[in-house]
Design a binder for this molecule. Structure first.
Ligand code: SF4
Length: 211
C-alpha cells in the first residue's frame, strides 16, 4: 500500500508542475451545466460553448425558457448536443421551479437531476460549495491506478479507495489537479512518461520502464 507521505510528495510535485485548470467559474449553475456539456467533449469546445450559452442565458430561469433547438445550436459542436440540450433545459426548469433558482448543495438532490451522476455532483460540491468530496472522472480513475494509489476497476471503487488513503485536505482539489495532469502528461493513450515529474513514484512506470 502506498504511504500517505508519498502521495503528499506526488501532489506537491504536481502542484508545482501542472498548469491551472482553465475554467475558473465557481458559480454552481454554470459549473453544473458546463460539466454536463463536457461529457464526451473536448475542453476547448466545452468552455467556449458554455460561455456562449451563459452569455445569452445566464440563469436557470432564462435557460428553462430557451428553445431546445437554440440551446442545441449554441452548444454545437459538443458531443450529443441535441440530447444535452434537452437535459440542460430540464435541469434549468427543475432548479428554477423546485429549488428557487439555487443549485442544491447535497449529493442526494443533485443526483436526482437528469444527466447528473456522481462525478458531476461531486465537481459541483467540491468546486462551488467547498465540500470535502472526491470527484472521480476518467483522469482521476486512470492516474490513481497508474500511480499505484489504488487498484480499482470503476470510478466508484476509486472514489471509495481514495477516501481511505488520501488525506481529506486534498479531496476537493484532486480532481482539477489530476485532470490537468491527465490532459498534459499522463494522457490516456501514450502517457508522456519521459517528461513526467513523478515517474519515480509511479507503479506503471516501474513496471513498464522502457525509457
Ligand atoms: S510515469 Fe507515466 S504513467 Fe506514471 S504518472 Fe507519469 S505519465 Fe503517468
Amino acid at each position: 500500500m502506498v504511504k500517505k507521505e508519498e502521495i503528499e510528495e506526488v501532489i506537491k510535485i504536481l502542484r508545482a508542475n501542472v498548469p491551472p485548470h482553465p475554467y475558473k467559474s465557481r458559480d454552481p449553475f454554470k459549473v453544473l451545466i458546463a460539466t454536463v456539456i463536457s461529457q464526451r467533449t473536448k475542453d476547448e469546445v466545452t468552455y467556449t460553448v458554455a460561455e456562449k450559452l451563459f452569455e445569452k442565458y445566464p440563469s436557470p430561469r432564462a435557460l428553462k425558457n430557451a428553445p431546445t433547438e437554440e440551446i442545441a445550436h449554441l452548444i454545437y459542436p459538443a458531443g450529443f448536443y441535441k440530447q444535452k440540450a434537452k437535459k440542460i433545459k430540464e435541469i434549468a426548469k427543475i432548479i428554477d421551479e423546485e429549488y428557487g433558482g439555487r443549485v442544491p448543495d447535497n449529493i442526494e438532490e443533485l443526483l436526482k437531476l437528469p444527466g447528473v451522476g456522481r462525478k458531476t455532483a461531486n465537481i459541483v460540491l467540491s468546486r462551488c460549495y467547498d465540500k470535502d468530496v472526491i470527484a472521480v472522472d476518467v483522469h482521476v480513475h486512470r492516474i490513481s491506478n497508474r500511480l499505484g494509489w489504488v487498484t480499482t476497476k470503476t470510478p466508484e471503487e476509486t472514489e471509495n479507495a481514495l477516501m481511505k488513503i488520501l488525506p481529506k485536505r486534498y479531496w476537493k482539489d484532486i480532481n482539477e489537479l489530476l485532470v490537468m495532469f491527465g490532459r498534459t502528461i499522463c494522457r490516456p493513450m501514450a502517457p508522456r512518461c519521459d517528461i513526467c515529474p513523478v515517474k519515480n513514484y509511479c507503479k506503471y512506470y516501474k513496471e513498464n520502464k522502457k525509457w
